[in-house]
Design a protein around this ligand. Structure first.
Ligand SMILES: Nc1ncnc2c1ncn2[C@@H]1O[C@H](COP(=O)(O)OP(=O)(O)OP(=O)(O)O)[C@@H](O)[C@H]1O
Ligand SMILES: [Mg+2]
Length: 272
C-alpha cells in the first residue's frame, strides 16, 4: 500500500521552490486601470500635480508642501533630498498613500488616489508599495522571519506560504541564518536589512525608503544601498529620501526639496 501523502509538506516545498527566482521582481499594479491597456506605458508610476499639504495644529498652520509637481517613471531610482523640516517625509507619506494632499492631484500609475476608498488604499499600500523607515519599525518581540511575514498576514496569505516567502526574502538580504533572531539580537544594519526584507516580501513594484541609512554606520549603509541598487536593477521603482549627498548620489536623479517646494538649483549653486 502506498504511503499516505503529506499534503502540508508538499505545499511547503512547492511554495519554497517557486519563490526565490522572482523574489526580487516587481508585481503589477493591483487595481484595474480605468483606461485602455494600450495607453498604459507612458503613464508615470507617481505623478504629483500642484500638490500642497497644510498641517493645522490649533491656530497654527504649517505648509509642509507647497505646489509640488513631480513625475517618477516606472523603474526610476530617485533620491529626494532637503534640509530637516523641508517636507521630505510629508512627501513620502503622500507618495505611499499614508496621507492625502490638502490640494492638488496625486496619481499612482495613472489612478487618481483621491478616488480610492480605504480598502483600495490599504490594498495598494500592502501589495504595491514596500516601506523602509529610518527607525526600522520592527516588532521587538517577534523573530526576524515573523517580522518579515507581517505584510503577508495582512494580505491573508496562508501560513506555510508566508513562512517560505519570509525566509526567501531574508535570504535575499543575506540574513537567512538570522531568521530566528529577535531585533534586539541583531546589529543596526541587520535590523534594517530585515526591514528591507519585510518591504520586499509582498513583491511590490515600488520601494519608498525614508532615511533608511540614517541610523547606520558606513558598512551597513553600503549594504543597504547595494540592496536598493539590486532591487532597482530587478525592475523596481525606488524613491530614496536622504539628506546625505553620497547616499543621494546612488540614485539616477535627485529632487531637492526646500521649504516644502521643489528646488531647482542654479548652475552656481550646483558648483558650490
Ligand atoms: N503631523 C504633523 N502635524 C503638524 N505639523 C507637521 C506634521 N508633520 C510634519 N509637520 C511639519 O511639516 C514640516 C515638514 O515636516 P517633514 O516631516 O515632512 O520634514 P522632513 O523634511 O522629513 O524633515 P526631517 O529631515 O527632519 O525628517 C515641518 O515643519 C514639520 O514640523
Ligand atoms: Mg523626515
Amino acid at each position: 500500500m502506498a504511503a499516505p501523502r503529506d499534503a502540508s509538506h508538499t505545499t511547503d516545498e512547492s511554495a519554497e521552490r517557486s519563490l526565490p527566482a522572482d523574489s526580487l521582481g516587481p508585481r503589477p499594479f493591483p487595481v484595474e486601470p480605468p483606461y485602455d491597456q494600450s495607453t498604459r506605458d507612458p503613464v508615470p508610476v507617481l505623478e504629483l500635480l500642484d500638490v500642497s499639504k497644510i498641517y493645522r495644529t490649533g491656530e497654527i498652520e504649517v505648509a509642509a508642501l507647497r505646489n509640488v509637481s513631480l513625475r517618477i517613471e516606472e523603474n526610476e531610482f530617485v533620491a529626494i533630498t532637503g534640509p530637516s523640516g523641508s517636507g521630505k517625509s510629508t512627501l513620502m507619506h503622500i507618495l505611499g498613500c499614508l496621507d492625502v494632499p490638502s490640494s492638488g492631484v496625486f496619481r499612482l500609475a495613472g489612478h487618481d488616489v483621491q478616488t480610492f476608498d480605504e480598502n483600495q488604499l490599504a490594498d495598494v499600500r500592502n501589495r504595491f508599495i514596500g516601506f523602509v523607515f529610518q527607525q526600522f519599525n520592527l516588532l521587538a518581540y517577534l523573530s526576524a522571519w515573523r517580522n518579515v511575514e507581517l505584510p503577508l498576514v495582512y494580505a491573508k496569505v496562508r501560513p506555510a506560504e508566508r513562512k517560505a516567502r519570509a525566509l526567501a526574502a531574508l535570504d535575499v538580504v543575506g540574513l537567512a541564518d538570522r531568521a530566528q533572531h529577535k531585533p534586539g539580537e541583531l546589529s543596526g544594519g541587520q535590523q534594517q536589512r530585515v526591514a528591507v526584507a519585510r518591504a520586499l516580501v509582498t513583491e511590490p513594484g515600488m520601494i519608498l525608503a525614508d532615511e533608511p541609512t540614517g541610523n547606520l554606520d558606513s558598512t551597513a549603509t553600503a549594504d543597504v544601498l547595494a540592496l536598493l541598487d539590486e532591487l532597482h536593477r530587478a525592475g523596481r521603482t525606488i524613491v530614496l529620501i536622504t539628506h546625505e549627498h553620497d547616499v543621494a548620489a546612488r540614485a539616477q536623479r535627485t529632487v531637492m526639496i526646500r521649504d516644502g517646494g521643489v528646488f531647482v538649483p542654479t548652475a552656481a549653486a550646483v558648483g558650490a
